[in-house]
Design a protein around this ligand. Sequence first.
Ligand code: SF4
Length: 154
Amino acid sequence: MSAEMDTAVITDKTKEIRELTCIVCPVGCSLQATIEDGNVLDVEGNSCKRGREYAVDELCAPKRTVTSTVRVEGGFLPLVPVRTAAPIPKEKIDQALFEVAKATLEAPVRIHQVIIADVAGTGVDVIASRSMPKTVGTYPASGAKTVLVHDACV
Ligand code: SF4
């Protein structure tokens, strides 16, 4: 997900109006936030309270959900998709991705299994977005992989 920060309109020496698009849901409301001395005084254009919360977070402490992949040893596929269980501060994203890049798992992996606890010191875990069963062998004739679906994966 990427935020859209459209424009900043200076209204006087201390107040400005920031225009941004809410990305919390697909409606994409156009928001106008009035800011004074770094504080959000008012938000207009939101169709629900989540839009106001989004504008305040985005302007004061922007966060994002981070998605990536982690290598899996002995898995049906070599990579498993992962994501942060909640949005993390934008300034922590590089460190989080560095920690994810260093991680290696062993199959089987369960969906929602914690892959990295407290990633980048954010208090948020990185979790598996899907299960990854073990590969247990090949059919001699075809070379096709056989798959053991671990109980925990279903
Ligand atoms: S303000 Fe509410 S309805 Fe509008 S985009 Fe944000 S979450 Fe959706």
